[in-house]
Design a protein around this ligand. Structure first.
Ligand SMILES: Cc1cc2nc3c(=O)[nH]c(=O)nc-3n(C[C@H](O)[C@H](O)[C@H](O)COP(=O)(O)O)c2cc1C
Length: 149
């Protein structure tokens, strides 16, 4: 049994639906998956569980408004998270070109700056190609769980 905190950023509900489906699936297998919508910094710092960021990208490669308090809190307060494992699922749309999945890169940068440790490759889900992000995410998460220290 693994405990994972999933911190969600979603504008139109795709990333949230993905996080919810994923948690449903893995809770049924006995894992403890805590999904937090519109997370604050305290939702990250409250424990030392592995963290999964599940976010979409908005604006021009930006973090959704609901994830901004966490992102800005990380940037401004720099609460050190040495060795804290994290992974990233980011939804985007490759037609946005250079800003494709930019929110995932921003979150990764912010977490690396507080010494958290990235586990696995970022899962980038392209809205142009994938109609059911949760299906891809569930497969990725299974492998991610196995890579956790
Ligand atoms: C106003 C707007 C801006 C967007 N900007 C970007 C962007 O800069 N880069 C990107 O990869 N995707 C961008 N997207 C695409 C979304 O990230 C993508 O559609 C995603 O699946 C939405 O997930 P959500 O339902 O959780 O918000 C944008 C979408 C909208 C509507």
């Amino acid at each position: 049994m693994t405990a994972v905190t999933v911190l969600v950023g979603s504008v139109y509900g795709g990333a949230l639906q993905t996080a919810r489906e994923l948690s449903k699936q893995f809770r049924a297998q006995g894992h403890c998956i805590r999904v937090v919508e519109e997370p604050e910094l305290e939702d990250l710092t409250a424990n030392r569980d592995p963290v999964l960021i599940c976010t979409s990208t908005t604006g021009q490669g930006e973090v959704p408004p609901g994830l901004l308090p966490l992102y800005l809190g990380l940037r401004d307060q720099m609460p050190m998270q040495e060795g804290r494992p994290f992974g990233i699922i980011v939804l985007g749309d490759s037609s946005y070109g250079d800003t494709y999945c930019g929110a995932g890169d921003l979150m990764e940068e912010a977490l690396l700056e507080v010494a958290a440790v990235k586990v696995g490759e970022t899962l980038r889900i392209d809205a142009l190609e994938v109609t059911e992000p949760e299906t891809v995410a569930i497969l990725w998460f299974e492998a991610w769980l196995h890579q956790l220290p």
